[in-house]
Design a protein around this ligand. Structure first.
Ligand SMILES: C[S@@+](CC[C@H](N)C(=O)[O-])C[C@H]1O[C@@H](n2cnc3c(N)ncnc32)[C@H](O)[C@@H]1O
Length: 266
């Protein structure tokens, strides 16, 4: 999917690409052209966000927060979750209907940093990830590229995950009937909280990057038309349901609630 058509997302905040690593300059240059943003050799603290190619990974660095995010399937929280994550008993697995003899295909229409998608893919679901932001798409793409060289993640990334840069509403509307997924998974941006200390740094960076997410209700209503078995919406545990639309059931863990909308009895 071409990245160029999403340049409109880049108006605010200001963003640039920084690359001092000669081996990455071609990749950085291509992305700068695709996004229509400037490319610099040195760090630029006069930009709100900097997409940095200085390390082994591509990092989205938030100048005000003085920290960055990148996607890592090989080390850290995701790798730990892959190894010790609780398998099919965990709430997200039950929410998508994973059980013995049932491994649904999943369309994740709010891919973000691909964490939920990776967890589901590790449990055997074929997951298609759709992300509208070309910046986040490039972070996931970079994470996949590195993960493909690692023994622990290569199988999952190669055989169970498929990444698309698109608006999910358009994507769903253009799906062939045969390629409709069993489950559509939605994790809308959490509403901005007043006390930003309560919001994790990575989510704060996403909130700085992305405009306020107004389309959760439309995503849900469209997903309900295209999922063949169920739609799952991830919410903070005490949040209202999206659009006031009542789920068939809800599955909660400590901080998170999964609202499950059954569209076809299984
Ligand atoms: C809270 S994040 C998802 C985090 C993700 N579940 C994870 O595990 O990393 C929400 C994401 O949905 C994306 N999004 C929102 N509306 C979208 C749309 N219409 N099409 C594609 N992506 C969308 C946003 O760009 C953002 O990256």
């Amino acid at each position: 999917m071409p990245l160029g058509s999403y340049i409109c997302c880049m108006n605010t905040p200001s963003i640039c690409i920084v690359c001092s690593n000669i081996s990455k300059i071609e990749q950085a240059n291509t992305l700068a052209a695709q996004l229509g943003v400037p490319l610099f050799k040195e760090k630029r603290n006069d930009f709100d966000l900097q997409l940095r190619f200085d390390n082994d990974y591509v990092e989205l660095f938030d100048t005000a927060l003085n920290t960055g995010i990148h996607v890592n399937f090989v080390e850290g929280a995701l790798a730990h979750r892959q190894q010790f994550g609780g398998g099919r008993g965990q709430a997200i697995a039950r929410a998508v209907g994973l059980k013995q003899g049932n491994t649904p295909s999943v369309l994740d229409i709010t891919a973000g940093l691909a964490r939920d998608a990776y967890i589901l893919a590790c449990m055997g679901c074929k997951v298609t990830l759709v992300e509208q932001s070309p910046v986040l798409y490039s972070l996931i793409d970079d994470g996949i590229r590195r993960g493909l060289t690692d023994q622990a993640s290569v199988d999952v990334l190669k055989n169970f995950m498929d990444l698309v840069n698109a608006d999910s509403i358009l994507y769903m509307e253009h799906m062939d009937k045969e390629s409709r997924p069993d489950v559509i998974y939605i994790d809308p941006m959490y509403p901005e909280r007043k006390k930003s200390a309560l919001v994790k740094k990575d989510m704060q960076i996403l909130q700085h990057l992305l405009a306020k997410d107004e389309n959760a209700e439309l995503l849900l209503k469209t997903a309900l038309e295209y999922a063949t078995k169920r739609v799952v919406v991830k919410r903070p545990v005490h949040a209202e349901t999206v659009g006031g639309i009542k789920p068939s059931t809800s599955i909660s863990s400590k901080k998170t609630r999964y609202d499950v909308y059954i569209v076809n009895s299984e």
